[in-house]
Design a protein around this ligand. Structure first.
Ligand code: C2E
Ligand code: MG
Ligand code: MG
Length: 882
């Protein structure tokens, strides 16, 4: 005991005492049994023991006086004291102590055991230095260097591979290095209601936190009360903080998804906002240091650069496809106007191949081919406005002159220096010629250059008068080609046109010079035989016509077989004027058709009755309207981003009393031929408009109702007024109505069509091109039409997943739509693979059996209900699992 006292006396005495009392370290003296002898003020403060009579008590005993959280620390002390005793020399350990107010402190602890001469334990001196701050900055440094490592590795990964392949790994790297629980990459999008949203493309989560909630795979900012985020992110500003510091609505959302700390880092593709990286801590609300934020911003930039690099490669590929598939001639030159590339259209129009013109000064801007004044005009316009548009005379390789409409655009680099010129031109010579021969046009058919109905009427009028005078006859041969429509539809209009030209040539060849061959339109021709002495001459000519048109035609290397049905009427007898004669010949021709085609016959009055048979279908169709045998079916259109039904297409069905349900593919062509499609189409339009209003009243929201419009409707009726009328009558929101027309409608009577749709669009009605890719739309027409959407034809979708050509076409259509600012929908989507690929390509919406066939209105309403329900249940499931 005396030795204890002397040790205590020693330590309490003299200078040492001052040092002991004022030391910033905790200093403790314990006796050989572990009882506390003395502790300095700092030492007591560490354990909050200032007011406790601690002397003579052991660690275990003192634990009872201290805050419960220190109990653990006392126990630890007890153990490490014992270790120090056993080591028999001074030792140094690091101890972590939890604090009652939260957090922890680190101590660097030195323990010095003192022994009596006989080796028994004398006392223990403990010095504890608070190294929390140093520890923290060390940790910080470690964290920083881990982040730096992660950044460098991510950057390397993003630059060596397609970013899509490594995105998940990179997010994981960032998350593990920073201690965040979930890291996702979101891409900006626009949702069905035209509001900004973002889609979760890639996501990483630490093993102890749930995955990012599926029902928020698309973040609809407005719906979740976070519209501010969209604005800030689009402006390139990060969003970060602890969830409790966010505004109420945003906080509610963060609580819902279980986030305590959030960082959103914008990702930009070049100077365009692309999306953002979301980093979440689900375990704790933590301060975010500026260097942490800086590191994430750098990661965002690395992503942005990888995306931009790959995006420009894809766009380049798509541009190449668009460049090559355009019907217009395109030429790209360097800054000195020397050709560096031309497309196929260029070769088709000029006859020159790329190798023949590479390196030459482009013809359109070659001073050798234009007056000095003209040249100055072109070059100064290019300099001033970066663009020149005008008409030029050019020469084909074969020497033929033609006129072209050219647009030249200067392409500048980042510093505003012109690096390329791009010229786009179309062969304008046909139009030119037509303009020059206005007179010809009035009386002749532009395609075949044969007299048209107008000239035929005039010539026949003269012929009839002469025949009356000279007591001769006039015969009218009405010729209708067999199978022409099929060929036109399957091989395309250009082939159909070429065929018509050849037919007109053959007809001219079998005619006498005095006869007139006219084209009435479509595939209908008329031969008028003047001053006929013997009516049998007419049948001889008819026979020749039939056999001549029976011979094969070779168009574009393809063998094509058609045939002709010829009906003959004769003056006098079958009629006294042109109109009656034509009608009689027409009826005779239909009789030939109904008897098996490819033949001829004369008109006889009994034929009129038989002709009625031919019109039977027509009559039935007409009656079908009155008898309400038509029904509109509705097929869902689904957003690929959300999988939700966003629209529907109205598809008409004929419920025939005997035949059952007749497909529109069967009766629409007849309805078009007879003009009945005007009435049917109007009925469908009214019905569809009425239906969307009715659904809305029942609480079903749809963004669009697509209705198919036949070219005949646009051409024949005052279509714009019809549409206006129906909108007013039904109260349908014009913005919900979308009209689908095919490319052929656009190519036919283009100016008129453009003006009609210009009017229809005024109140907000939408316009889509159906079956896009099957026709021959010219880019310039597409640009002039007030379009909203392209519908990729199902023929390309069908083979999409295994035919590279179809894939390229789909890609090019999507790229084209993007460049024109249009939406894209794919039709005929039947498999998940097709839908996935289309989503990947950036297609907006899809329609097809995968999502549902066309069904009756009440079934469609059920579909909408299930769609909404499915979503609700999904939300429920998700929140339960979280
Ligand atoms: P469309 O406008 O291209 O319509 C798409 C057609 O593809 C519809 O045939 C639809 O039922 C079918 N379809 C949809 N998804 C798939 C799929 O996944 N696989 C396959 N194989 N087919 C699918 P539908 O109803 O027989 O209509 C045929 C065509 O008739 C329409 O082609 C449209 O051009 C025309 N049509 C339909 N209703 C009207 C109308 O009211 N007016 C006019 N003028 N034409 C109409
Ligand atoms: Mg359609
Ligand atoms: Mg279609």
């Amino acid at each position: 005991m005396s030795s204890h006292n002397s040790f205590a006396t020693t330590v309490k005495s003299g200078l040492l005492m001052g040092l002991f009392e004022s030391s910033p370290d905790g200093v403790y003296f314990k006796d050989g049994n572990g009882a506390w002898l003395a502790a300095n003020p700092r030492g007591l403060e560490v354990f909050h023991l200032q007011k406790v009579d601690y002397q003579g008590k052991t660690d275990i005993e003192l634990a009872a006086f201290a805050h419960p959280i220190y109990r653990h620390a006392f126990l630890n002390c007890h153990i490490s004291d014992e270790l120090a005793w056993q080591a028999k020399e001074w030792s140094r350990i690091e101890e972590l102590m939890m604090l009652p107010e939260g957090g922890s402190k680190s101590f660097d602890v030195i323990k010095i055991p003192l022994f009596n001469e006989d080796g028994s334990r004398l006392g223990l001196m403990v010095i504890a230095r608070d190294v929390t701050e140093r520890k923290n900055s060390e940790n910080d440094l470690n964290k920083r260097s881990a982040m730096l490592d992660a950044l460098i590795t991510s950057d390397g990964m993003l630059h060596s591979e397609s970013w899509k392949k490594v995105a998940s790994d990179v997010l994981g790297l960032l998350g593990s290095a920073s201690g965040f629980s979930r890291v996702s990459l979101f891409k900006n999008a626009i949702d069905a209601t035209h509001q900004p949203c973002a889609t979760n493309l890639y996501c990483w989560n630490a093993s102890d936190v749930p995955v990012f909630p599926k029902q928020h795979a698309t973040l609809h900012y407005a719906e979740i009360g976070c519209s501010r985020w969209a604005k800030d992110l689009l402006n390139g500003n990060p969003i970060f903080g602890q969830s409790h510091a966010f505004p109420e609505k945003e906080r509610a959302f963060l609580d819902e998804i279980g986030t305590k700390t959030l960082i959103l880092i914008p990702v930009a593709e070049g100077d365009q906002a692309w999306g953002f990286i979301a980093l979440e801590r689900c375990d704790a609300a933590m301060e975010i240091s500026s260097h942490e934020l800086g590191a994430f911003v750098a990661a965002g930039r690395a992503f942005g650069m990888a995306i931009q690099r790959e995006g420009s490669a894809v766009r380049l590929r798509q541009a190449i496809i668009a460049f090559d598939s355009a019907a217009e001639g395109m030429v790209i030159t360097d800054a000195d106007m020397r050709v560096v590339a031309v497309n196929r259209g260029f070769t088709n129009i000029t006859g020159y191949t790329e190798t023949e013109v590479l390196g030459h000064v482009s013809y359109e801007v070659d001073p050798e081919h234009m007056s000095a004044e003209h040249y100055r005009e072109v070059t100064s316009a290019l300099e001033r406005e970066g663009r020149w548009r005008g008409e030029l005379e050019n020469q084909r390789k074969n020497g033929e002159h033609f006129s072209e409409l050219v647009t030249f655009t200067a392409v500048k680099d980042g510093e505003g220096k012109t690096v390329n010129y791009v010229g786009v031109f179309s062969d304008n010579s046909e139009t030119k010629q037509v303009q020059n021969t206005l007179h010809e046009m009035v009386n002749h058919d532009a395609l075949t250059n044969l007299p048209n109905r107008r000239l035929l009427n005039e010539l026949t009028g003269h012929a009839l008068k002469r025949a009356e005078r000279e007591k001769t006859s006039v015969a009218m041969l009405f010729i209708d080609l067999d199978r022409f429509k099929v060929i036109n539809d399957t091989l395309g209009h250009p082939v159909g046109d070429k065929l018509l030209i050849e037919v007109s040539e053959r007809l001219n060849n079998v005619m006498r010079d005095s006869d007139t061959v006219a084209r009435l339109g479509g595939d209908e021709f008329v031969v008028m035989m003047d001053s006929l002495r013997d009516v049998e001459d007419a049948s001889r000519v008819a026979k020749k016509i039939v056999s001549s048109l029976q011979q094969e035609f070779v168009i574009d290397g393809k063998d094509i077989f058609i045939g002709a049905s010829v009906g003959i009427s004769v003056f006098p007898g079958d009629g006294n004027d042109v109109e009656d004669l034509l009608k009689a010949a027409d009826i005779a021709m239909y009789q030939v058709k109904s008897e098996g085609k490819n033949s001829y016959r004369f008109y006889s009055p009994d034929l009129s009755d038989n002709a009625v048979e031919r019109f039977q279908m027509e009559t039935e169709l007409r009656r079908a309207i009155e008898r309400k045998q038509f029904k509109v079916y509705y097929q869902p259109q689904v957003s690929l981003a959300t999988g939700r039904i966003v629209g529907t297409e109205a598809l008409v069905r004929w419920q025939h009393p005997k035949l059952g349900i007749v497909s529109p593919a069967k009766f629409i062509p007849l309805a078009e031929e007879t003009g009945l499609v005007v009435q049917i189409g109007e009925w469908v339009l009214r019905e569809a408009a009425r239906q969307i209003v009715a659904w809305e009243a029942e609480g079903h929201e749809l963004q669009s109702m697509s209705v198919n419009i036949s070219g005949v409707q646009v051409q024949r009726s005052n279509f714009a007024d019809t549409v206006y009328g129906i909108l007013v009558e039904t109260g349908c929101d014009p913005a919900k109505l979308e009209l689908e027309i095919t490319e052929s409608v656009v190519m036919h009577n283009t100016e008129y069509v453009i003006s009609v749709f210009g009017r229809i669009k005024e109140p907000g009605v939408k316009l889509a091109i159906d079956d896009f890719g099957t026709g021959y739309s010219s880019l310039s027409y597409l640009k002039r039409l007030p379009l909203d959407k392209l519908k990729i034809d199902q023929s390309f979708v069908r083979e999409l997943t295994f035919d590279d050509d179809d894939k390229a076409i789909a890609n090019a259509v999507i790229a084209l739509a993007r460049s024109l600012g249009l939406k894209v929908i794919a039709e005929g989507v039947e498999t998940i693979e097709q839908a996935d690929m289309l989503t990947e390509m950036g297609c907006d919406d899809a329609q097809g059996y995968l999502f549902g066939k066309a069904v009756e209105a009440h079934e469609f309403a059920q579909m909408l209900m299930n769609d909404a329900k499915r979503d609700r249940y999904k939300v429920k499931e998700e929140t339960q699992s979280v």
